[in-house]
Ligand binder design. Structure first.
Ligand code: B12
Length: 305
């Protein structure tokens, strides 16, 4: 129940009906795969909407209304894999081999596949976006459908990062004379692989990147952005409940030293679901993946609005 309230709070605070609906669709599917009743979910959420409305404040009435509208739409949605977080074509080829090896706890085979491909001339962006990213998305679907364990989810994501780190001598081989990028995951956000990939692709394009990882305290970001004279700060969130933290980070950066001239990019799953969300959190732009993020940052620095 607490989790529902957090999603509702977040969706309301950034005025995003579609983020709330996406969460409920995801929840309905998760109930389906765990063998829980969809009718129970629907009636408990209906009770929640009534209890929130009974509070009577302007905010609670608005939240209850959002929840009721989302529930009416939820009825029309199928249960299996209908959330964007869990949809998409099945993975094939190298992505499937990479994931299968790690699901079998075999880091060596997954590592050989990646390092062998890079040694054979495959570009790092292709490895990231066509092998590792799809493998991670499939990992999420398998967890969602209760077909793998939590241990496997943790192992695969941690092993993927170990393998990505082995590409760092190549990523940082050239002297970086380009603009400075500070890349962080918003306060509370544990998913760091997406932001890490984005930062690495900036590095490959000659940017000087400072990637700080998951759950970064917002004040520290303001200090660092000033200290390293960042041209762009990139803020990532994967879980919708962390979108308000993205918005708060943007406000803090704008108010901090040098904040007016600095560009802020935001991204991650909620920004792919709600295409206009980046504007409502006060950012300068967004992009659905690392390659497009570099293009967007270059466009903004060249004076694009
Ligand atoms: C690995 C993983 C984890 C790991 C994270 C480890 C780590 N160190 O990062 C762990 C195990 C910790 C974890 C925890 C949880 N997770 Co998780 N996790 C995943 C998983 C499988 C992969 C994430 C990933 O690396 N994706 C690959 C990257 C490359 O994709 P990406 O993040 O979308 O990034 C790309 C773009 O979005 C974009 N981008 C990203 N950031 C930025 C920033 C900027 C500025 C720009 C421009 C672009 C951009 O570019 C990236 C590269 O192209 C996803 C499944 C999925 N669909 O991604 C679930 C998933 C995100 N997790 C989910 C959930 C529910 C959780 C938990 C709540 C429960 C759980 N599974 O244990 C907890 C969170 C607890 C908490 N404290 O909040 C759900 C979220 C559902 C939802 N409706 O939001 C997902 C979608 C799984 C699912 N299918 O249900 N998780």
């Amino acid at each position: 129940m607490l989790m529902h309230l957090r999603y509702l709070d977040a969706a309301e605070s950034v005025d995003s009906q579609c983020l709330l609906l996406d969460y409920l669709v995801w929840l309905k599917g998760r109930f389906f795969y765990l063998g829980f009743s969809a009718a129970d979910l629907q009636s408990s959420l209906q009770c929640l909407a009534d209890a929130i409305a009974a509070e009577g404040s302007v905010r609670s009435v608005r939240q209850a209304d959002m929840l009721r509208r989302a529930l009416a739409e939820l009825d029309q949605q199928p249960s299996e894999f209908s959330s964007l977080a869990c949809s998409g074509p099945p993975i094939t080829g190298a992505a499937m081999q990479f994931l299968s090896a790690l699901l079998a706890w075999d880091l060596r085979t997954a590592e050989k596949l990646v390092i062998g491909a890079v040694n054979g001339g495959v570009a790092i962006p292709s490895i990231y976006l066509e092998v590792i990213a799809p493998a991670m998305h499939e990992l999420g679907r398998l967890w969602y459908a209760a077909r793998i364990s939590v241990e496997q989810e943790h192992y695969v994501s941690s092993a993927a990062q170990v393998i990505m780190s082995q590409l760092y001598p190549r990523l940082f081989a050239a002297e970086c004379k380009g603009p400075v990028l500070v890349a962080i995951c918003a306060e509370g956000e544990p998913h760091e692989i997406g932001m890490r990939m984005v930062a690495d692709l900036f590095q490959l394009e000659g940017w000087d990147t400072k990637f700080l990882g998951a759950n970064v305290p917002p004040e520290a970001v303001v200090v660092l952005a000033d200290q390293v004279r960042a041209s762009v700060v990139a803020v990532s969130a994967m879980i919708a409940t962390n979108v308000p933290a993205v918005a708060a980070q943007v406000i803090m950066l704008r108010a901090g030293p040098g904040g007016r001239g600095r560009k802020i990019l935001v991204g991650g799953y909620p920004f792919n679901v709600d295409k206009d969300l980046w504007r409502r959190v006060g950012a300068d732009g967004t992009a659905p993946d690392g390659r497009l993020a570099v293009m967007e940052a270059n466009r903004l620095l060249a004076g694009g609005e």
